[in-house]
Design a protein around this ligand. Structure first.
Ligand code: ADP
Length: 554
């Protein structure tokens, strides 16, 4: 059944199906989807609003906690402002201190008298007795350098960096940094500074880091930038009440602050990463809000897909039914045309020879005999054809009934073959018989058996071509009894051997030999009802062997 036939014959049914079922359903689906989507969006907006307000509350209480607890994750840059100036993080180092009085003599020797050798001795004494050992050691190193004792100077700087790293010089610079720079031991120093190892003022930090690597940048400097922004642009609300927490926005930072009395204010910038990375997911989980977009999409997609699958399934079923119906129609048409054609020949012959017998009184006894034989033969053929059609229609209706009996089929087969022999020999065939006189008992329906055997013999005659030899055999063995008909006629191609048992199938090799392709279909049906099988072995041009295999009754 080609698609063209389907669309040609049943385009209307198909269009009606599409127009009345598929199209309206797709429209409904679309409308449903639209309203579902609107609802989903409304719900999403509502949820988002609820979430935003809950988040605000959470941020508020986290901010409160951050004022009580120093390293709260919500605070990224903490600050203190006094009298409008940012004092933490410090932007500028305090002005340099004076050297202690005990150092004045040594300083004079070093700087005014230009006697580093004497100064060295004085500083060494101070190192031994004075509390500011770091300061003394740095002066010792300086004098050694002035005296050209470079290695000793470097050793002194190293000792200073190792022993008094947190001690500061008169300009408030940590010895840990200054001495390491002097000694040239800068490996890892940048990272130590950038990790906040020393508390530095913004200008100090920037100076040291630029010295160490002018090209590198570090987030460590962000809080100084933030401090500068604070100093330049931050204006707290008027009339702050002490202890109360206020919030505001500064550039891209959100800040919280509170007054600590006497023109002092402290606060911090909110750590956005913590809010988005920790607080929001946690809150979402607590509120049971999942990211449903993807899930919803799967549900919509799945539902639509399912409907489409069902619709396609409907289309397939419809097409299949249509093609089945068309095939059945064709079968019926074929049957009617071939049956009427097949019936015509015997009826014409019967009538012709019947009329001859009636009208022509002067026929010789031989001629009379011939006429009667033809009439009998053709009426037998006619009744076989009608039998076939009746059986076929019973099978199609599921009303074919068999009446089985248990027994030896050898004498029955011999009888059927014997009945046929005369007809065959008259048609010029030589029949070779190899039939065992008895066989193990099988379950069989004698009428059906007779029909199957007759069909095979009929076919052997029809498809023998020039050959005139037909052989029949009945053998028992291997738990079965097999009847075989062999001819040496046209044969059947391998591809067609399985198809010849289908209804109305007529092999191309057979030629137009009368019949309507039902004989072997009936044979197979009969054999299946017997629990046995119908088999063929054939070679085009060499002939065929058809076998009926009956299982031995247990
Ligand atoms: P039909 O009425 O056409 O003989 P059958 O069902 O008996 O119908 O056979 C189906 C087809 O099988 C035949 O049309 C023929 O082509 C092929 N066929 C059947 N028996 C033989 C045979 N003995 N030799 C060659 N071809 C055969």
């Amino acid at each position: 059944m080609r698609l063209w036939d389907i669309s040609h014959l049943h385009r209307r049914a198909f269009l009606i199906y599409i127009g009345t079922i598929v199209a309206p359903l797709c429209g409904l689906l679309w409308l449903g989807f639209q309203s579902f989507e609107r609802q989903r969006q409304a719900l999403a907006t509502l949820t988002a609003e609820k979430f935003a307000s809950a988040l605000e509350t959470r941020i508020g209480s986290a901010a409160k906690a951050a004022f009580a607890q120093p390293h709260h994750p919500i605070a990224s840059h903490s600050f203190t402002i006094e009298h409008g100036a940012v004092i933490r993080p410090a932007l500028h180092a305090p002005p340099p201190d004076q050297a202690p009085a005990e150092f004045l003599k040594a300083e004079r020797e070093e700087l005014d008298l230009n006697r580093p050798d004497q100064a060295l001795e004085s500083y060494r004494r101070l190192f031994a007795i004075h509390g500011r050992k770091g300061l003394a050691l740095s002066r010792i190193a300086r004098c050694l350098a002035k005296l050209g004792r470079i290695e000793e100077a470097r050793a002194a700087w190293r000792k200073l960096a190792a022993t008094y790293p947190d001690d500061r010089d008169l300009s408030h610079r940590p010895n840990g940094i200054v001495a390491a720079l002097q000694a040239g031991d800068t490996a890892g120093l940048y990272d130590r500074i950038a990790s906040g190892r020393w508390e530095l003022a913004a200008d100090q930090a920037e100076y040291f880091l630029t010295q160490l690597d002018a090209k590198r940048t570090t987030p460590y400097l962000d809080h100084f930038r933030f401090a500068r922004e604070l100093e330049e642009r931050f204006r707290p609300q008027n009339q702050l009440r002490e202890g109360e927490i206020y919030s505001g926005v500064l550039g891209r930072h959100r800040i919280f602050y509170r007054s600590e009395g006497a023109a002092r204010l402290s606060g911090f910038a909110v750590n956005d990463d913590w809010i988005s990375g920790t607080l929001q997911p946690q809150l979402r989980k607590e509120m049971g809000i999942a990211d449903t977009t993807r899930q919803d999409l799967w549900v919509y997609g799945g539902a639509i897909g399912l409907v489409l699958v069902i619709l396609s399934f409907g289309v397939i079923l419809l097409l299949r039914d249509i093609s089945r119906e068309a095939a059945a129609n064709r079968v019926r048409a074929d049957l009617v045309s071939s049956v009427s054609h097949e019936l015509k020949t015997p009826i014409t012959l019967i009538r012709l020879y019947g009329e001859t017998l009636l009208r022509r009184g002067e026929l010789s006894p031989l001629q009379r005999g011939e006429c009667s034989r033809i009439i009998v033969r053709e009426s037998e053929r006619l009744s076989r054809l009608i039998d076939q059609i009746l059986t076929f229609s019973r099978i199609e209706r599921g009303a074919r009934v068999y009446s089985f009996e248990r027994g030896d089929l050898a004498p029955v087969v011999a009888g059927i073959v014997e009945d046929y022999r005369e007809y065959l020999e008259h048609a010029g065939f030589r029949l070779e018989r190899a039939l065992e006189a008895s066989a193990p008992a099988v379950r069989f329906d004698p009428a059906a058996l007779s029909q199957a055997v007759a069909n095979l013999l009929d076919n052997a005659v029809k498809y023998s071509g020039e050959s005139r030899d037909i052989a029949v055999r009945l053998v028992a063995g291997n738990g079965s009894v097999t009847f075989e008909v062999q001819d040496h006629g046209v044969g059947i191609g391998a591809a067609e051997q399985a198809k010849i048992f289908e209804r109305f199938y007529r092999a191309a090799s057979g030629g137009a030999k009368g019949g309507y392709g039902l004989g072997l279909f009936l044979v197979r049906h009969i054999m299946e009802a017997h629990g046995g099988s119908a088999e063929v072995e054939s070679e085009p041009g060499r002939g065929s062997r058809f076998r009926l295999v009956f299982p031995v009754a247990t």
